[in-house]
Write a protein of this length. Structure first.
Ligand SMILES: C[S@@+](CC[C@H](N)C(=O)[O-])C[C@H]1O[C@@H](n2cnc3c(N)ncnc32)[C@H](O)[C@@H]1O
Length: 230
């Protein structure tokens, strides 16, 4: 007879797998419209571009390998980094998003995969970009995702994470012109900082931007770095 603790463990794993499946299926559905709606969004976002420029400069200075845009969606930010001179590639859970990214940016590399278990050796990346890709990650899974980011970063390489700042979240049943089934989570910036530090990263800077007209929360942008090898 199984131990009651094992049952709780497997229920948690099942819930995690279901949440990932909901996210994947929803983004498969919205991929093409998401790409159309957000294709030019960065052009009107100077603070975001400033954080991405700082991240790109740090990654180029570290010179520690390719930069992974983890949860890249249609690859619009991967392409922005590429235009800044960064050797960037994308990974996304949704095969629909990966197809759209490859079609929109044929010169760049995009792979399907999950940032909860990346197909990369330790220290493979000269930078990790997580641009709103944890917005559907249940809070209790953040430590495992951040540990994965820290594992694949090379010593001295930067991480930039964008997230919706706050507490709680909401259920989305419709988004980007389609029915979806998605939980959106808001994270307190201090909590994101604390969890990244617990994963072994040095938090270097946190920018909080007030909500725009179509946003419900402030937006958080946090730069961190994997400590250089001793
Ligand atoms: C809000 S979209 C952001 C996409 C892109 N970063 C952008 O800003 O356009 C969230 C993306 O994260 C991806 N995603 C969510 N969980 C993921 C996971 N565990 N591994 C890889 N990608 C994930 C989704 O498929 C989706 O494309």
């Amino acid at each position: 007879m199984s131990d009651p603790g094992d049952t709780v463990g497997s229920m948690t794993e099942t819930a995690d797998a279901l949440a990932l499946e909901e996210t994947r299926a929803s983004y498969d559905t919205v991929a093409a419209d998401y790409a159309d709606l957000l294709r030019h969004e960065l052009a009107g976002a100077p603070l975001e571009r400033a954080m991405l420029a700082a991240f790109a400069e740090l990654a180029l200075a570290a010179g520690a390998g390719p930069v992974g845009d983890l949860g890249c969606g249609p690859g619009r930010v991967t392409a922005h980094l590429h235009a800044l001179g960064v050797d960037a590639f994308g990974v996304d859970l949704s095969s629909g998003m990966v197809e759209v990214a490859r079609a929109d940016h044929p010169g760049l590399r995009f792979e399907q995969g999950s940032m909860t278990a990346l197909d990369l050796v330790d220290g493979a990346l000269g930078g990790v970009l997580s641009w709103y890709s944890t917005v559907h990650t249940p809070p209790e899974q953040l430590p495992a995702v951040f540990a994965e980011y820290a594992r694949v970063l090379a010593p001295g390489a930067p991480l930039l994470i964008a997230f919706k700042a706050g507490e709680g979240g909401r259920r989305l049943e419709h988004a980007y012109r389609h029915p979806v089934s998605l939980d959106v989570y808001y994270f307190a910036p201090e909590r994101v900082s604390g969890l990244l530090a617990a994963a072994g990263l040095d938090v270097r800077s946190v920018l909080i931007r007030e909500p725009g007209p179509d946003e419900r929360t402030p937006q958080g942008y946090l730069l961190a770095r994997k400590p250089a090898a001793a």
